[in-house]
Design a protein around this ligand. Structure first.
Ligand code: MGD
Ligand code: MGD
Ligand code: MO
Length: 562
């Protein structure tokens, strides 16, 4: 795959930088990202590039999102049909010989197998699956072929599906067909969501890897981390070797807690009682769990089910780094003194670790197993010593204002703004044949609407932070559900009227926002409001088989007027 990117979304990162793309792309393809509302800085840079450099924008999204106003082509395809759409575009590209054959021959492999699967994706078939006209498909393929390099951006509209990995692989195929990988102004560019989700994944916040995506099944890495982190009991009875078995994802842990297979959960900076799919079920699972520790900055909805609440501090009250979506490591500096006994997350964790070591009478044998950090900078030194891609990242460089994109190989290395130049990280770029598969749940007579979910500009996820701002609440006070005018007429719904949505799993309430941003038969709801307004009462916990990401973007619901 492309840098293993589709193996796990965690190891996915933008291949190019935002500045590179806005300076060098001839066209930009946004698919499944509400870029101007959810990534406003990047969204405004893209708009500037369109206005100043006449860059062509193609948007594919079931909702007519704001940035579509700036597009040369807007494709309103049906939710859950991305593989078919992209395969259809590649079918047309190959039929017209618009591919970059030299690039394919020199830098890629498995092209023939892949090409064979495209045969079935004729414009007519693809049009019937996606709802995009044959004419639009041809126009789009032609624009992509004649405006190179093209950069692709995507976000949760692509990944939050039971076919999330297939969707990503298909976009990588498109970029290889066009020769847009490893070039300025091109690339595959997933927009990461949380301010530091990239950093969390880089640091091993995934079930199968140590920091820097060093897999737990690899002997070389296991030996290295055992040397660094091993402890042994004073009595010499047992050595604490690191496990070589991949762990579980959070979407696997919650149901296992429900089945009694997991007895305790340590939840840090997450609010699963609002943000997990199928929340009625999530609640049952958490209730069944013997012991829950919650490390939070607010008593969130989930805190009601926690046995212990550990008070962390917010970004403004601590030092550290965030790694952003373009792999750039940036300093955060403490601006406010924490109140009460609240502490930075790392301090809570290291205090706890030291207590456990003492309790278990363990002796430190590894180079770094003492947990005696003085500050965040010392932690970065440990990271650098054990993580090749972060080896050259030090606080003094960051303090001097250096802009460092990993990999940064040593203290002199300038960083790597663009990945895959000359060759792919894995050698050759591999084409992965992919096929269209329907979402797990499709509308039917009982649940005739397709529900897709996501965010709005004014709130952040479960709203624990943003719903505490009276200004934001004034602008966006409660749950709104987008309904198309035709459906509003059919059901006799007035603007702002209270409506109820039901799925096979639960019920949610909100005010109707009648808008042609959605198409007939599609409703959109956000998950910023808890309790009876929570959209995740409805969503389905169907997972992608590889990435284990839930299908937040498609389920079937019906609509009732109150
Ligand atoms: N203001 C604000 N900004 C945020 C966040 C927030 O809560 N509030 N959260 C952050 C986080 S963690 C994340 S992950 C990002 C998410 O950022 P985005 O993924 O950009 O935002 P979403 O609203 O989840 O949905 C993206 C788009 O996917 C479209 N979509 C739905 N179904 C499909 C489909 O089947 N195919 C395609 N192609 N598109 C589809 C939706 O119409 C929507 O426009 O936002 C980040 N930024
Ligand atoms: N229906 C639907 N559901 C979704 C999605 C969707 O598109 N549709 N998107 C999914 C996605 S992409 C995401 S990322 C998740 C987000 O899901 P969550 O991460 O569960 O949601 P947040 O509201 O961001 O919760 C983060 C919590 O961390 C706390 N916090 C903030 N800063 C700190 C800190 O420094 N330390 C500690 N310890 N705590 C802190 C906040 O108070 C907040 O309660 O939601 C997922 N759920
Ligand atoms: Mo996210």
């Amino acid at each position: 795959t492309v840098a293993g990117l589709a193996m796990s979304f965690g190891s996915g990162a933008m291949s190019n930088t935002v500045q590179d793309i806005v300076d060098n792309a001839e066209s930009i393809f946004i698919i499944g990202s509400n870029t101007s509302e959810q990534h406003p800085v990047i969204g405004s840079k893209i708009r500037q590039a369109i206005i100043r450099r006449k860059v062509k924008l193609i948007v594919a999204d079931p909702r007519k999102i704001d940035i579509a106003e700036f597009s040369s082509i807007y494709l309103r395809h049906k939710a859950g049909t991305d593989v078919a759409l992209i395969n259809g575009l590649m079918h047309i590209i190959l039929e017209n010989n618009w591919q970059d054959q030299q690039y394919i021959d020199e830098r890629c492999e498995n092209f023939e197998d892949f090409k064979a699967t495209l045969a079935g994706y004729t414009p007519e078939i693809v049009s019937s699956i996606t709802g995009i006209s044959v004419n639009q498909l041809i126009k789009t393929a032609e624009m992509m072929a004649t405006h190179k390099p093209m950069a692709v951006f995507w976000a949760m509209g692509i990944t939050q599906h039971s076919t999330g990995v297939l969707n990503v692989l298909t976009l990588a195929n498109l970029q290889m067909v066009l020769g847009n990988m490893g070039v300025p102004g091109g690339g595959v560019n997933p927009l990461r969501g949380q301010n530091n989700v990239q950093g969390a994944c880089d640091m091993g916040g995934l079930p199968n890897v140590f920091p820097g995506y060093q897999t737990v099944t690899n002997k070389e890495f296991i030996d290295k981390f055992n040397l660094a982190w091993q402890t042994k009991s004073f009595t010499g009875e047992f050595d604490n070797k690191l496990s070589t078995k991949p762990g579980l994802t959070s979407t696997e842990m919650i149901p296992m807690a429900g089945d009694g297979k997991i007895k305790a959960l340590y939840i840090m900076g997450e609010n699963p009682l609002v943000t997990d799919p199928d929340v009625y079920h999530t609640r049952k699972c958490l209730q069944a769990c013997d012991f829950i520790v919650l490390q939070e900055i607010f008593p969130s909805d989930t805190s009601a089910l926690a046995d212990v609440l550990l008070p962390g501090v917010s970004f403004a009250e601590k030092d550290g780094t965030f790694t952003n979506t373009e792999r750039r490591v940036q300093l955060v500096r403490q601006a406010i003194t924490p109140k009460g006994s609240a502490k930075p997350d790392w301090e809570i964790l290291s205090n706890l670790a030291k207590k456990i070591l003492k309790e278990e009478q363990r002796e430190i044998t590894g180079d770094f197993a003492s947990w005696d950090y003085k500050n965040a900078s010392e932690i970065m030194e440990e990271i650098g010593a054990l993580t090749p891609s972060y080896a050259g990242i030090h606080y003094d460089r960051l303090n001097n204002g250096e802009s460092l994109h990993w990999p940064v190989k040593d203290a002199q290395h300038p960083g790597t703004p663009i990945l895959h130049i000359g060759s792919f990280t894995r050698g050759k770029g591999k084409f992965h044949p992919t096929e269209h598969i329907d979402p797990k749940e499709m509308p039917d007579d009982e649940f005739p609407f397709l529900l897709t979910t996501g965010r709005v500009l004014y709130h952040w996820h479960a709203g624990e932070m943003t719903r505490r701002s009276s200004d934001l609440l004034e602008v966006y006070p409660g749950a709104y559900i987008e309904v198309h005018p035709e459906d509003a007429i059919k059901y006799g719904i007035r603007q702002n009227q209270q409506i109820t949505l039901n799925s096979r799993r639960g019920t949610t309430r909100g005010k109707a926002l009648i808008t042609d941003r959605v198409s007939p038969g599609l409703v959109f709801a956000n998950f910023h409001f808890p309790g009876e307004q929570n959209t995740n009462n409805l969503t389905i916990a169907a997972l992608d088989p590889v990435a284990k990401i839930p299908e937040y973007k498609v389920c079937a619901v019906n609509l009732v007027i109150e």
